[in-house]
Design a protein around this ligand. Structure first.
Ligand code: ADP
Length: 185
């Protein structure tokens, strides 16, 4: 069955970097919900309009919008392994994703938690500011709060399913990549 790998971690943990490395180095297809939402905004689509206000406040876009968007992205994949960056972010999204993975005869291979302490996250986001409308210090702090409240419960969710792999994200990207690959081996 086709591998499906989830990357979990706080904003600024380097999920995006590691997801791109899996795509470029190991032939994974990449589904990155933050990027898909930013593309939808840039295209001026209905989804983009609806998502914008949530993104700019640093809060989560409603589950039903995310689930529909991810269902479409996964349906468009061929039989490649896929890495998911930024989804699931809530327990209902995880439940829906399970159903989606089964419906496409895929297999949830692992949920890799890229672990980075809060103070390091704040430092990184402040240094980043890549012109994203949601990378202001106040929104960054809100995204981190939202992570702890709504996404961190997924650590236990995946742990209970035997799928959680923990990686030390407070290292340089090459070392993190090494640990990610080891977790998938
Ligand atoms: P980061 O991980 O740095 O917070 P992302 O690019 O993954 O950045 O996400 C940016 C924003 O897009 C989030 O703050 C949220 O508003 C929205 N978003 C992305 N993925 C999801 C998701 N799975 N569920 C709800 N909202 C999401």
């Amino acid at each position: 069955m086709n591998a499906t790998v989830i990357l979990l971690g706080p904003p600024g943990s380097g999920k995006g970097t590691q997801a791109e490395r899996l795509r470029d180095g190991s032939g994974f297809a990449l589904v990155a919900t933050g990027d898909l939402l930013r593309e939808a905004r840039a295209a001026g689509s209905e989804l983009g309009h609806r998502a914008a206000e949530f993104m700019d406040r640093g809060v989560l876009v409603p589950d039903e919008l995310i689930i529909a968007m991810v269902a479409e992205a996964v349906a468009a994949l061929d039989s490649k392994p896929v890495v998911l960056d930024g989804v699931p972010r809530t327990v209902p999204q995880a439940v829906e994703l399970d159903a989606l993975v089964r419906a496409h005869a895929r297999e949830l291979t692992a949920a890799i938690l890229i672990d980075v302490p809060d103070d390091e996250v704040v430092r990184r986001i402040q240094g980043r500011r890549q012109g994203r409308t949601d990378d202001t210090p106040a929104t960054a702090r809100e995204r981190l709060r939202v992570y702890h409240r709504e996404t961190e419960p997924l650590v236990r969710h995946f742990q209970e399913r035997g799928l959680l792999r923990r990686v030390d994200g407070a290292q340089d990207p090459d070392s993190v990549e090494h640990e990610v690959r080891a977790a998938l081996a």
